[in-house]
Design a protein around this ligand. Structure first.
Ligand code: SF4
Length: 406
């Protein structure tokens, strides 16, 4: 990434939602992600993390501000975008997609700070707005050619759209394996697997290859009856962001044999799904199965818009609350969930939106639920003793489990 410029390649800054295939027509670009190179380093170091959050607060971004923004600004304030050996990082362009409103606002603040050309695309909620999305994508291509001084190649776009669709379908097939009891993966492992899409992008052939191999491996686990947690006897679903720093949230319930096996956010944010009339999620067909043709830019952009507007129900949840609640309730039933746990992070208005309504909805389906007050970016704002107590009561009193070990 840091040597991209030497190879004549580009560096793009952008959140986890961007249409990864879209910039590919300009040539090889590397995704610096939504948080910059110092983000992981900051999260691994408690002192550095709290120092960066303090600096954010002094700059006016307090505890009620979007956690992504605070994480990003904080990591910028303590280290900028430079590599660990101090090499300056030049960002060629910044593409952000507005799924969550605070995300769009955050992106604008960050763009001003890192001084790179910035473009924001609004992802509308339904396929009815397909023409609006395609118009924005065409505007972006025109803009990208201007700011990079390079010619956009439609063949590269077509290849990238094929890859992105393929990766999303592979991810959904992998998540589908989580319906099996016992689950082959824990939720935390799923998020680790997801990282390649965030960091490398869904548009690359290497990413397609990685998820093909990952799916084969997970299917092998299922065939052999290999469980993520051998004592699994209770399946939990988590909604609202998990903490981005190391915490006890996913590990603690395992002493009761309770395992976090999935979430709408995990399955939906990177997958491709078809939502049936009854609300159930089915893995989306591939481009080939749908018989879609891509012979030019217009057709490729139409296919990309279809992927984001027709087969990405997780995106819709940010704008259409009823869909999010229905999606989560359906997933809880179809993935054989015994209990829902939600994080009501007061600062995250995007991922936590609808948590209370979801709790009501899953309870109506006979699935118990519990909520805790988490803080996905600030460990000082998370009371782990209160969390332990809530989980213990939920698992022992509501779900009738006894601890397997102390
Ligand atoms: S989902 Fe939460 S953390 Fe992410 S951009 Fe939206 S408000 Fe910020």
């Amino acid at each position: 990434m840091y040597t991209a410029e030497e190879r004549g390649e580009l560096l793009m800054f952008g959140g986890v939602g961007p249409l990864h295939a879209l910039p590919s027509g300009i040539g090889t670009y590397h995704l610096i992600g939504s948080f910059g190179p110092n983000f992981g380093k900051v999260l691994d170091d408690y002192d550095l993390l709290t120092r960066s959050l303090d600096m954010c607060e002094q700059a006016g971004y307090g505890a009620g501000t979007c956690p992504s923004l605070r994480a990003l600004l904080g990591s910028m304030m303590v280290g900028g975008f430079d590599s660990s050996d101090g090499k300056k990082t030049k960002i060629d362009f910044h593409l952000e997609t507005a799924l969550c409103q605070p995300q769009a606002q955050s992106a604008q603040i960050v763009a001003e700070r890192h001084n790179a050309p910035f473009f924001l695309i609004e992802i509308p909620p339904t396929e009815k707005q397909s023409a609006f999305l395609i118009m924005q994508m065409n505007d972006f291509i025109e803009w990208l050619e201007k700011v990079t001084g390079r010619k956009y190649d439609d063949e590269k776009l077509i290849t990238a759209v094929n890859n992105e669709w393929e990766v999303r379908v592979l991810w959904s097939r992998l998540c589908e394996q989580q319906k099996v009891v016992p689950a082959p993966l824990k939720l935390a492992s799923l998020y680790s697997f997801m990282n390649l899409m965030w960091r490398s992008g869904r548009h690359r052939p290497e990413t397609v290859e990685f998820y093909r191999l990952a799916l084969d491996e997970v299917r092998h686990f299922v065939e052999e009856g290999i469980a993520a947690v051998s004592t699994e006897r209770c399946r939990l679903m988590h909604e609202g962001s998990l903490t981005w720093y190391d915490s006890i949230i996913t590990k603690y319930p395992e002493r009761w044999g309770a395992v976090f096996t999935g979430s709408e956010m995990c399955f939906g944010s990177q997958g491709a799904w078809e939502v049936e009339e009854n609300g159930c999620w089915k893995v989306a067909p591939t481009i080939g199965e749908l018989g879609l043709e891509m012979r030019n830019r217009d057709e490729a952009l139409a296919v990309l818009a279809k992927l984001y507007l027709q087969y990405a129900p997780g995106n819709q949840g940010f704008a259409l609350l009823d869909r999010r609640i229905r999606n989560r309730t359906t997933i809880a039933k179809d993935w054989h969930i015994d209990g829902l746990v939600t994080n009501n992070d007061r600062a995250c208005r995007g991922a936590c939106l609808g948590n209370t309504e979801t709790v009501i909805s899953v309870k109506q389906e006979g699935i118990p639920a519990v909520s805790y007050d988490g803080a996905c970016i600030d460990p000082r704002d998370f009371d782990d003793i209160a969390y332990k107590s809530q989980i213990e009561t939920f698992l022992e009193t509501t779900l009738g489990l006894t601890a397997l070990y102390d």
